[in-house]
Design a protein. Structure first.
Length: 153
């Protein structure tokens, strides 16, 4: 029986993606070859938009400019989702990153739960080594920029 794709991220996934999670981002380069990149500066703004801080020197950004179709695999404790959508350059140079990054908004078009019944998945994690704890404050600023301004009514 084929799995049913969702059109938006479920609340549990949006909550998980508030910053600091490891994701695998897949793009297609100008020759049509797939490539993947590990990214941690990823934030769900809402169920329809995932934002990424992408290094301006990266092959990923070059590929997104040529072909905006992207896929993201999200891995966490008891959580495994595949997202597909379209990347839109929202801000050429971010102000909060320690090196030049472009703010890319992925408009989510398809969400698939890749979890399996009876299988407990343990997601990847990262932490800062002694003497590098200040990077947490840098990341917090990046996540705030990725989230964007609060909505107004």
């Amino acid at each position: 029986m084929p799995e049913t794709a969702l059109k938006e991220m479920p609340p549990r996934l949006v909550q998980f993606l508030l910053g600091g999670q490891i994701c695998v981002v897949a793009t297609i380069d100008e020759q049509g070859s797939p490539q993947t990149s590990l990214m941690t500066w990823v934030v769900a703004r809402n169920p329809h938009v995932l934002t990424l801080a992408v290094d301006v020197r990266s092959r990923s950004l070059t590929a997104m400019r040529v072909n905006p179709r992207v896929a993201v695999e999200v891995l966490g404790d008891d959580l495994c989702y595949g997202l597909r959508g379209t990347a839109v350059i929202e801000k050429e140079i971010m102000s909060s990153t320690p090196f030049p990054c472009t703010l890319v908004a992925m408009h989510v078009e398809e969400v698939r739960d890749h979890g399996a019944a009876g299988v407990s998945f343990v997601g990847p994690r990262y932490s800062f080594q002694p003497g590098k704890e200040h990077r947490g404050a840098v990341e917090d600023a990046i996540f705030r920029e990725l989230k964007g301004p609060p909505p107004t009514i």
